[in-house]
Design a protein around this ligand. Structure first.
Ligand code: MN
Length: 202
């Protein structure tokens, strides 16, 4: 399996003003591309590992050969995390959660506002680089999770439904140190239909 950048469903400027075109372009063509390239490089001499689906590898890193474990964790994680990130955003956003997703959010967090507060706190509270997530466990219970670097909730046996990149490369050009402004603006481009799809496919 040779990994490649997924196709973006929108142009680099499509998420303006929440995410500026220059940040999108660099994030996708440089940062995400580097994760893909380094993942392929790591897997090149390990065909048996390369054959396995990436989520499977990231769910059980102990089974990845030690020599490439850290590379798979960082760059494989980087690839799956960013692939999801592009998909859970769309130009103009998707209004608010609806349908089954809304029901699950209300059941697990009380209401959408409380969920957003909890998610925002996780995104703000992540020291350094990492992600905030809405994730589902095997029993369907939803939770807000934060991971460092390119770690993924998959490693904790949870399926990521929605993810927010809070590495500085995701927002620094436009927001500098104002991570909270980035988080607040990001809600306007969240693609809730895609989040619900991730929920129902689990
Ligand atoms: Mn990133």
């Amino acid at each position: 399996m040779i990994y490649a950048l997924p196709t973006l469903a929108y142009s680099f400027d499509a998420l303006e003003p929440a995410i500026d075109a220059r940040t999108m372009e660099i994030h996708y063509t440089k940062h995400h591309q580097a994760y893909v390239d380094n993942l392929n490089k790591a897997l090149a001499d390990f065909p048996e590992t390369a054959e396995k689906p990436l989520p499977e590898l990231l769910s059980d890193l102990e089974r990845v050969p030690e020599k490439i474990r850290l590379a798979v964790r960082n760059h494989g994680g980087g690839h799956v995390n960013h692939s999801l990130f592009w998909e859970v955003m769309k130009p103009g956003g998707g209004k608010e959660p609806a349908g089954r997703l809304l029901g699950e959010i209300e059941k697990n967090f009380g209401d959408v506002l409380k969920f957003k507060e909890q998610f925002g706190a996780a995104a703000m509270g992540r020291f350094g680089s990492g992600w905030a997530w809405l994730a589902a466990d095997d029993s369907g219970q939803l939770s807000v999770v934060s991971t460092a670097n390119q770690d993924t909730p998959l490693a904790e046996g949870k399926k990521p439904l929605l993810g927010l990149d809070v590495w500085e490369h995701a927002y620094y050009l436009k927001y500098q140190n104002r991570r909270k402004d980035y988080i607040d603006a990001w809600w306007t481009v969240v693609n809730w239909d895609e989040v619900e799809k991730n929920l129902t496919s689990s």
